[in-house]
Design a binder for this molecule. Sequence first.
Ligand code: NAD
Length: 471
Amino acid sequence: MRVTMTIGGQAVDTPAHLDVTDPATERVCGQAPDCSAEQLDAAFAAAATAFPAWHRLGSAERGICLTAAAGTLEQATDELTLLLTTEQGKPLAQARAEIGTAVRWLRHFAGYEAPPEVIQDDDEAHAVAVRRPLGVVGAITPWNYPISLAAWKIAPALAAGNTVVVKPSPYTPLTTLRVGELLRGVLPDGVLNVISGGDALGALMTRHPVPRKITFTGSTATGRKVFAAAADDLKRVTLELGGNDPAIVLDDADLPGTARKLFLTAFANSGQVCAAVKRVYAPRRLYSDLVDALVHEASTATMGDGRDPDVLLGPINNRPQLERVADLVADAVRRGAVAAAGGSRLDRAGYFFAPTVLAGASDGMPIVDEEQFGPALPVVAYDDLDEVVQQANTSHYGLAGSVWGDDVERAAEVASKLDCGTTWVNSHLALAPARPFGGAKWSGVGSEGGRWGYEEFTQLKVEYLARSGVR
Ligand code: NAD
């Protein structure tokens, strides 16, 4: 599979290419262009050239273009689904859902606008707060959800009248590049430019003088670099970073229903989700029953090549991430945790790590304190609810969290004490385009989704008209 970049509505190739590996087979499955610095200049220049006309078009006309883009991607769902599974690893049903998410976000933001707000209307003046686009936006995405996370950025950015240059992760560039190819002629030339390259290309984007905003999803470590690089030029940033979401199970939680839902939201995309359940806190009275129920889920879940329709869990996307998960699990076992399910790689080609439930885990173990981002879930026992809320909040991360119990009012009261961007009761990972999503503390800056996410792609401007004239 060989795909081209899209710059100013044209196909652009490069002399150098990056190999892309299929994580289920460890074989090269495609090649992506390795964008040069000159081509990056061309992409930002194309976006800057396209900006004034796209802005002038107005939100309704832009909405028609975004709706057409959604329709084009929807029609190409089968092709995009297979390509996404091939480069990312997730099972076909989850890849299909991801393409559906992108389509939904494009439709949600099509025609979206922030109406002007009258903030003063008296003898002195008529003053209105309006929102204007920022100009050119640089969008940088990670490898776990390349298409839906690109759409989270592209849809509101374009709806607000900005133009975009998007760069996917070097591990998963093919589907995003293919989206760029499909949208040529659907969106006006230069409105959406898609380039590919390594991490150095991302760094060049953040230092480039043209974009007025960088919207970034990825690790906290890289987010810090993006923040620092953007500071020089006072570029706006939205940073969606890592998470270490706690799930607190209360003593009246229903089993095995809770275990089933916890399993699905911890092991979705084989745990490679920013807002997956990453640590479970269970009351000592329910502890062994909950561990047993999670072990049952883990040992009956089918892991394999995502192209097999019977598979629930695919591989980890890349070798460094596989090694990190394996190291964290081995370290936890050395420190006294027990791999009640899984605990090691599958004996086959591909970056497969058996779905792992770690019993006897405790705070202080790196797999509890850090983001594992893989199919391994530590379960920590607790005796005191107030203490466990404090433990959950001690983390540097603050993306999301959940509380599980039959008495939903009590669960909601506990959830209200969690220090993070989203809390759920008897649910986790429930996302929708109208709801903002963003992290507290090291999990990010700003948010995506809804009016709040849209506004992050705008500049607030006050337009003041004196009533008294010049005399
Ligand atoms: P990463 O930070 O390694 O890479 C993300 C992107 O940044 C890639 O496109 C990469 O090429 C680019 N990049 C690398 N160095 C850069 C630099 N110096 N300047 C600019 N760009 C640079 O992250 P990843 O490993 O691809 O993704 C996994 C991480 O993403 C996890 O920590 C996960 O929690 C996080 N994530 C967060 C959210 C959220 O919404 N909060 C969603 C998904 C993933």
